[in-house]
Design a protein around this ligand. Structure first.
Ligand code: PXP
Length: 248
């Protein structure tokens, strides 16, 4: 069965828009994690970015404590974040490239250009009992390098597929690249995840790609939940207002 990891970063994005710098606020990503698990998600994904734009340190510790499925920490390969991950010990880390100016993770990791540093982090994580995934473009050189680094997983970047799909025409070229990459990764003994830009429209097309273990999906699920939850939220507020009798 194809598994779903829900990326709840954008629950924290909404909280930070109102409560940045405060010790608490709504919506609480940990509460969101509980709801995702109750709904059947197979894992919870959070990205502790160096600039802490959404998920905060306190969130990762709380989520680590309450997650009953599998916590996937997305992270840059930097000393500060590696140190946090080694103390936190999520079930798995997904190493991603990070640029402060990007809105979201834009490209795949250059594994081939950073093999030694990634191999060292991979070993430190594995020694601590944490599995390692590398977020890569569907590119054979990066996949071969990921195998040499000794990662357990690659997460194939589906951003280009999502872009091509949204332009119309079915995204056959990107689906072919993902298929070739997934076969190569599987052949090298890597397990294959995928994510970025997946949504309710393009997901059915992606199911053509072989060997997928888990999809990590964030923005579209959190976006959809705002709209599907709005009716109940408005009704609940109206019910609270209903007893008002004009203060007399
Ligand atoms: N996988 C990785 C490695 C990511 O960096 C992201 C975005 O944080 C996702 C999956 C989820 O992407 P989206 O929010 O577009 O579903």
């Amino acid at each position: 069965m194809l598994k779903l990891g829900v990326n709840i970063d954008h629950v924290a994005t909404l909280r930070e828009a109102r409560y940045r710098g405060r010790a608490a606020g709504e919506p609480d990503p940990a509460e969101a994690a509980r709801i995702c698990e109750r709904a059947g998600a197979h894992g919870i994904t959070v990205h502790l970015r160096e600039d802490r734009r959404h998920i905060q340190d306190r969130d990762v510790w709380k989520i680590r404590e309450i997650v009953t499925t599998r916590m996937n920490l997305e992270m840059a390969n930097t000393p500060e974040i590696v140190d946090i991950a080694l103390r936190l010990r999520p079930h798995i880390v997904c190493i991603v490239p990070e640029r402060r100016t990007e809105v979201t993770t834009e490209g795949g990791l250059d594994v081939a250009g950073n093999e030694a540093a990634l191999a060292e982090t991979r070993k430190r994580m594995n020694d601590a009992g944490v599995e390692v995934s590398l977020f890569v473009a569907p590119d054979l050189a990066q996949i071969e390098a990921s195998a040499r680094v000794g990662a357990q997983f690659v997460e194939l970047h589906t951003g280009a597929f999502a872009e091509q799909f949204s332009e119309g025409g079915g995204a056959d070229a990107e689906l072919e690249r993902l298929t070739v990459a997934a076969r190569a990764a599987h052949g090298l003994g890597l397990r294959v995840n995928a994510g970025h830009g997946l949504n309710y429209q393009n997901l059915p097309a992606l199911l053509r790609v072989p060997h997928l273990v888990e999809l990590n999906i964030g923005h579209s699920i959190v976006s959809r939940s705002v709209l599907t939850g709005l009716e109940a939220a408005v009704k609940e507020m109206l019910a609270l207002m209903q007893p008002y009798r004009g203060g007399v």
